[in-house]
Design a protein around this ligand. Sequence first.
Ligand code: NAD
Length: 736
Amino acid sequence: MSYKNFTVETNEDGVALITWDMPEKSMNVINMTVMEELDAIIDQVAGDEAIKGAIITSGKSAFSGGADLTMLEGLLREFHKRQGKDAEAAAKALFDGSRKLSQVYRKLETCGKPFVAAVSGTCMGGGTEMALACHGRIVDEGLKMGLPEVKVGLFPGAGGTQRVMRMTDAQQGLQFLLQGRTLRAPQAKQMKLVDEVVSTRKLVAAAKKMLKTGLDPVKDWDKKGYKLPNGKVYSPAGFQFWPAANAIYRRETYDNYPGARYLLRSVVEGLQMPMDLALQIESRYFAKVLQTPEASNMIRSLFVSMQELNKLARRPADQRPNKIKKVGILGAGFMGAGIAHVTAQAGIDVVLIDRDQAAADKGKTHSEELMNKAIKRGRSSEEDKARLLSRIEATADYDALGDCDLVIEAVFEDREIKKTVTEQAEAVMKSRAIFASNTSTLPITSLAEASKRPKNFIGIHFFSPVEKMMLVEVILGRRTSDRALSMALDYIKAIKKTPIVVNDSRGFYTSRVVMTYIREGLMMLADGVPAAMIENAGKMAGMPVGPLSLGDEVALDLAWKIVSATRKDLGVKYVEGPLDNILEEMVVKRERFGRKNGKGFYDYNGKEKSLWPGLTDVTGQPKPADSFNIEELKLRLLVMQALETARIFEEKCLTDVREADVGSILGFGFAPYSGGTLSYIDTMGTPAFVEICKKFARKWGPRFKPSKLLREMAKENQSFYSSFPPGNDVRKKDAA
Ligand code: NAD
């Protein structure tokens, strides 16, 4: 039999070697055809007497990236189409469709012949579940194994929740499932999720040996008298563990994620049942999760849109690919050093410039320290370190920029200094080279005034810490050319980050929204809300940190500088508020700048921090906590950010709904379960959103006034995604 995605070869010992190697794909994924073919292969193995056992391996360097989630999107689309006509039939079709993979794996597990998964490199989601369904697992040293489904609003629905919890310690298993973490080989082995770790070369041989020594084709849990590793759910040990597990789940998620909620239920209920019933329970919850707006929104933003942006959906089609061999970085400080590191990591040569040699060297030391850490953790080698460091030339000499294709400045946030370095760099750069600024707030068009080649001038805004943050915001100045845009995007792809492209304005998209979050926290302080309650409201709403904490991270003196600069730029139009007083008092009078000088809204002691007890001297005594409604505080924090996003969209600074959503989650951690700032509005519905804005405007101030576009959309009950379908490029140069 021949298959499109697999080859099956049987040797004289009766071992079928199944090699998964999807044509025209760099990574094996699970789609409809893969499922059907695997199903047929299991029949073939089970039905052929000459075959004693089978090995599943990959023909690529990695095993699998997991299921192609567009398949689930298709199932959901069909479900919503049919739901209005026949709800029951629609639900059944969704249940049947979404459990197919689970059934194929169960068939593999119970077909009577032993299967060994020989896994190399990345093995994610449905790929991991396939390996877990096999009777033995041999992996290579480069294994990265995970079930990251919770991160896109789902949970592992092809047996993952049931098998993990029957194979490993309950606490470790549950953490692995709930956090969607990636395991390396030693940890996966310690957790008993894999049997043996060998070098890549020896994978198949070790799998053959395993089969030869007689691998039982019946799993323990399908045998009489099976006992769970941690005992029954309803047992003295279970009474200790499960209530605590539920508490931890609540602490981690604030019950915002239906994927995690139903995962826990599926585990607790499934563990009380024999495997077939347990898998049915898992499938029921899986179909239920699929129908939640959180899952649809997260799949759309964090899988579909993110993939499209990573493939440079916004790249001008007529631009030829750019070769980026060398990148210059001006300013080897906090950001410059990070940018140098990720650039060198991508195999690109770097010239790292600062005011003097010592400062430039200090920036390079950052890479050395990062590499030392990676080596210590076994993630890198001395050779990798030497190679990476050899790519970074630290210098104070601008002449070194002569052969750079792209120069990124990350000097102080000061117009004059930025002007000077732009002129100095341009004097030696190739005429076709592109100059980018990493400014967080200064409009690109105004910075480009210092340039002789404004067409080659663009904003490439990184987030800190550069090594960890996946988003990069590209800003188009009024005269930025498509070639400059294509260069910026090609560069971001090369360093494996996700780009969004916005038009110019003060604060662009992300910084502008982040400032509204921090500002709302400050306004709450001014309203008399206790600081701890503000912070908790932020976290309960799904933000990674509370607004005061974020203010400390961004730096309060920077916030004060931005407020002062905005006030200066806007002149009489600037409306002063209570927040100005709090910031001025904190920064100017008390020199509390935030984490960077160890004192802000919090006091810092190493990694420990606690709210500053003296805060009430600045804000006055807070009102009692029960005079505020926590739900309303949560809503205030999210609505303010979504509203600001809608305004930015209306001003055409943002032009693509996907970028608004992906940018908000990756850039500032906007409640990921919502799918992002605009999905948040769409899910609530524009009429409901506008009503809340109006109510808040009356109660908390005009900053909540809904914008014109929102009011118009609400009148017609329109959504952002239907009114502005993704890909509808409305780049407006005159918006700058
Ligand atoms: P930083 O103070 O850590 O680093 C700035 C570096 O620029 C210093 O090493 C300084 O010596 C160097 N420098 C100053 N004048 C110079 C000159 N004439 N020639 C060469 N080097 C010069 O600042 P940072 O936090 O890295 O910020 C740099 C830029 O990145 C700013 O525009 C900032 O707004 C932006 N940014 C910062 C963050 C953040 O979180 N810190 C995030 C995004 C963007």
